[in-house]
Design a protein. Sequence first.
Length: 277
Amino acid sequence: MTISVFCILLFAALLHASWNAIVKAGSDKLYSAIAVSGFAALIALILLPFSPQPTLASAPYLIASCALQVIYTLLVAKTYQVADMSQTYPLMRGTAPLLVAIISVLWLGDSLSSMAWGGIAVICLSILGMAFNGRSQSRKGIWLALLNSCFIAGYTLVDGTGVRLAGSALGYTLWTFFMNGFCLLVWAMLARRQEVTRYLVANWKKGLPGGIGTMGSYGLALWAMTQAPLAVVAALRETSILFGALLAFLLLNEKVAGLRIIAACGIAVGAILLRLA
């Protein structure tokens, strides 16, 4: 992996943690997630006429990804309603890269060196160490986070394959966010029109930067998937847990201490191993 791809993925990780913090900090977690996705869809709609379009071969992957990511967004909001972000965020993100690594090597033809496997394992184990530092406050939150990790792995594998067929990472990204946000907004307007409308109007100053953050984060990751193995990209993207823990501590007043500090060092070591692999 080149140093430019490595640095771009670290920046994408920061953006990813930022939009998750915006959802967690909102007065209603579901409406915050819808606001972020809705503004991302609006941005994508504006940019689509000026972007290269993805090939038709990638269309089935866009549809499958849309279904998976809509469920993922709803689960993120539900998880943050019942559990601490600094525990559930690492849990849901830490298990997904291992699933991506195993499936991408066995079924998608990617190959990983021993050092790459080592880096992925160190990052995932360190993230899980963050999640299980201390007594759980919500067993339901843990199960939701584990369920969400399966959807994360699913859309990562689907999009990693789709963007390689698309011929344009930008076009694929824009269609992904337009479709995801549109589906979420349609559901919200049908189910809770008045409440969602009031929330969007009152919180657009948070939804807009959140939409930029989520689109920028995943768009950069999709581009990186055309340059490096899916498992390596997925694992490096999860270094966002470092930024997530920092944001949870600084902005959300959540306790981040003890084993989580050691785990943060482990994540950094894993990232270095992936850079050298």
